[in-house]
Write a protein that binds this ligand. Structure first.
Ligand SMILES: [Zn+2]
Length: 191
């Protein structure tokens, strides 16, 4: 059974309207069965950036006589998010709790601060003392070439041309600032 869907390319964000399989009964139609074996079920190519991969959606599979049931969830990490399925907004799928946490965090209003490095030595020290950052992370925060982050922003296209390393350091910075802020809000009651 195919359903109308809106997918979003995980690489470039381009959306496409298409149909995806939500459930398949095997043994009924040879062509459909072949698609499973040829990796053609819910496999798409982005016309904008050429990214190819599966739509992240669990497909229910059952045998013709109903004797066997299975669920398949492709974990191709460069695939396509299902944004809308049928007329309904779909669930966004995450592959680890870490990413989910940050998504929830953004739903709840996101950060109360902006990316504004370099971090102050005082803040790094405080975070280290509160076990928010490890010694290694504290050193990364101290010794990163923050200027290069600004140099790699394409202002005309509004794009960040950061390396994986820079993206990691960015995440570290944001977590560090966030957790530091939370820790300062915690009031301890003394008897
Ligand atoms: Zn794309």
């Amino acid at each position: 059974m195919q359903q109308k869907a809106i997918l979003e390319c995980a690489e470039c964000g381009k959306r496409l309207r298409t149909k995806i399989w939500a459930a398949i009964t095997v043994g009924k139609d040879r062509q459909t069965d072949d698609k499973i074996f040829n990796d053609e079920i819910n496999f798409f190519i982005c016309e904008k950036c050429g990214n190819e991969g599966f739509a992240w959606y669990p497909v229910k599979i059952k045998n013709k006589d109903g004797s066997e049931k299975a669920m398949v969830m492709p974990t191709d990490t460069d695939g396509f998010d299902v944004i809308e399925l049928g007329e309904k907004t779909s669930f966004r799928v995450f592959y680890d709790f870490e990413s989910l946490k940050w998504e929830i965090h953004s739903w709840q209003g996101g950060y109360n601060f902006v990316f504004d490095p370099p971090p102050a030595e005082q803040d790094i020290k405080e975070a280290f003392e509160k076990n928010i950052v490890s010694k290694e992370d504290a050193d990364i925060l101290r010794h990163t070439d923050w200027e290069s982050f600004y140099a790699n922003i394409d202002h005309t296209k509004n794009e960040l041309n950061w390396t994986d390393e820079q993206s990691k350091v960015y995440d570290l910075y944001m977590k560090f600032m966030y957790e530091l802020m939370i820790s300062r809000k915690v009031v301890s009651f003394k008897k």
